[in-house]
Design a protein around this ligand. Sequence first.
Ligand SMILES: Cc1cc2nc3c(=O)[nH]c(=O)nc-3n(C[C@H](O)[C@H](O)[C@H](O)COP(=O)(O)OP(=O)(O)OC[C@H]3O[C@@H](n4cnc5c(N)ncnc54)[C@H](O)[C@@H]3O)c2cc1C
Length: 244
Amino acid sequence: MVREPFNLVLDEVRDIAPGVKHFAFEREDGDELKFIPGQFVQILFGTSESPVRRSYSIASRPGIERTVDVAVSAVVDGFATDRFWAMKPGDTVKALGPFGRLVLRDEPATRYLLVATGTGVTPYRAMLPDIARRLDESSQDISLMLGVRTRADLLYGDEFIAFAEEQPRFRFTAHYSRGLPDDAQPWEKQGYVQHAFDGEGLNPETDVVYLCGNPNMIDEAMLWLTGRGFTAQRVRREKYISGS
Ligand SMILES: Cc1cc2nc3c(=O)[nH]c(=O)nc-3n(C[C@H](O)[C@H](O)[C@H](O)COP(=O)(O)OP(=O)(O)OC[C@H]3O[C@@H](n4cnc5c(N)ncnc54)[C@H](O)[C@@H]3O)c2cc1C
């Protein structure tokens, strides 16, 4: 399928964690971007003859935001980072997409485990309206496990906590690699997110695991899962590798 780039106009930018910004774009042509929650867009920088491409998962929740939202984590001297950090509302960028297969499917899974580090949680934010529908219509359980350094790095944490309070079969846990706060809540855990799998009672016959974000987390998690009998069909991955 041939895809044509489209222009996105920056509507709003805000800090959501140290070194992480949330960008809300509108399509310049006024159309709503059709995408399946979990997919990503490519942002094209530089000239149209030799653009530099960077991929960003779409964070917008269909039915809640009409904008194309992304969360960008700063990389020191990063090509795209420098350009994102210089953007002001009204600025335009070229984009391509949507792309990607990290999407929820219709399948007889008993439980979905959605695992992320940092901005890798944005595809799951986009899935929240779909997840709410699934929880209403099926008996599936869905757990979201987010790994970040500290509580301050917990992007969209309030939204996930509120969602978990509304939805009894949705569980949210935050995993801090740099230590728990003194007033840690039951949903806050110490350690790397992939090291918490042991306590999850995962079943390779009935559960499906999604992994998104840091490539090291995904490789380590994959080793653990395949060692417990998970086949490739039961694990879906999106590595936030650098470059185009
Ligand atoms: C499918 C997909 C979806 C993605 N979604 C997101 C998203 O939603 N949010 C997001 O912030 N990023 C996401 N990424 C990563 C993103 O595409 C860029 O790679 C990232 O923003 C860095 O780009 P840059 O041009 O600023 O850095 P570059 O100029 O590419 O890198 C500069 C230097 O930093 C190193 N580097 C690059 N990235 C990292 C990193 N993450 N950690 C440590 N060192 C790094 C590079 O190796 C290089 O040495 C995604 C990647 C993929 C493949």
